[in-house]
Design a protein around this ligand. Structure first.
Ligand code: UFG
Length: 324
């Protein structure tokens, strides 16, 4: 397939691009490199475009006949979205509208959209199915839900077909060692723990140990980034044969608390972690775990990195390379 990956220089986007290349797809990356990394894109056409730059976008996509678009280009930090909602509404919603406009103008009718567990807000059930009520509690989640709803409306009007993939906690790194998580600033749990091994005097902060969970720390569903990548390619494959709108929760369906992640990091690295208990972080639900049954059965998705040790080993190998 000829695939356009927007945000293809970012953490998840670059792993999708690499997996697509491994499967011999013809990939083109579109990224403004505001948070993406040049080193993360190799051996493919690259369009340096910000989705808010309508003229440049129009010029770059004119006459292009992609079989489908995997759309990740967006701002994606919950905390930042609370401080700066305008940037989130503009980038994530207006940017997506601009992209969709150019797709339709060029007869590109298939899109896989990068969505998030944040659209569910505070979950009412511990295991979240696709039909769980959607009540996002921060601007990031709200912008993703607006785009999901718009894609649904476009599919009803028969303008295009869409699959929305809601990530739970993306983690790990490509086992080949050339790609991995490198955000600046880093806020995600596993890379923050691994980074704190390099700063022995600054303890890692556990955001709360009095949640209603067995050990008092938040429970999440960590899913390997290459498994997420595979799901995108399966979703695009599905769109070659099926019209309409569909949605999938992408997680491992395995529960791990922050303390369990710390213990696993200590096991993988062979080093004790210097940590302390801190306040709750604003907007953190106690438990967020996906029911991934629909993705397994309908997409034929088969996550390979099905335990936390394997996921953290790949993250640690990447971390060691980064800090060399
Ligand atoms: N945590 C710490 N200390 C840290 C960093 C994280 O204790 O320094 C804890 C958090 O409180 C949370 C868990 O580790 O309980 C995971 O935190 P992450 O920041 O790694 O991930 P989130 O669960 O906050 O974020 C995920 C996705 C987002 C999505 C969000 C929805 O990465 O895209 O879930 O709540 F929006």
């Amino acid at each position: 397939m000829k695939i356009l990956v927007t945000g293809g220089a970012g953490y998840i986007g670059s792993h999708i691009t690499r997996q697509a290349q491994r499967q011999s797809h013809d990939v083109c990356v579109l990224d403004d490199f505001s948070t993406g990394n040049e080193w993360a894109v190799k051996d493919c056409e690259t369009l340096r475009v910000n989705l808010l730059d309508k003229d440049l976008l129009k010029k770059c996509l004119r006459g292009r006949n992609f079989d489908g678009v995997i759309h990740l280009a967006a701002k994606s930090l919950v905390g930042e979205s609370i401080i700066n909602p305008y940037t989130y509404y503009e980038n994530n919603i207006v940017g997506s509208l601009n992209l969709l406009n150019e797709m339709l103008r060029n007869d590109i009718h298939r899109i896989v959209f990068s969505s998030t567990a944040a659209i569910f807000g505070n979950p009412r059930t511990n295991i979240i199915r696709e039909d769980h009520p959607k009540n996002p509690i921060n601007p990031y989640g709200r912008t993703k839900l607006v785009v999901e709803n718009f894609l649904n409306d476009l599919s009803i009007s028969k303008k295009l077909s869409a699959v929305c993939l809601r990530y739970f906690n993306a983690a790990g790194a490509d086992p080949d060692g050339e790609l991995g998580e490198a955000h600046d600033p880093e806020t995600h749990l596993i890379p923050t723990i691994l980074n704190s091994y390099d700063r022995a005097k600054q303890p890692f902060k556990v955001f709360g140990n009095d949640y209603p969970t067995p050990d008092g720390t938040c429970i999440r569903d960590y899913v390997h980034v290459n498994d997420l990548a595979d799901a995108h390619l399966l979703a695009l494959q599905k769109l070659q044969n099926t019209d309409g709108f569909s949605e999938y929760n992408l997680g491992s369906s395995v529960k791990n608390s922050v303390m369990e992640v710390i213990k696993t990091c200590e096991g993988v690295t062979g080093r004790p972690l210097n940590y302390e208990i801190d306040e709750h972080r604003l907007g953190d639900p106690a438990v967020l775990v996906a029911d991934n049954t629909k993705a397994l059965t309908e997409l034929g998705w088969q996550p390979v990195f099905n335990n936390l040790d394997k996921i953290i080993e790949t993250a640690w190998n990447w971390h060691k390379r980064l800090s060399m």
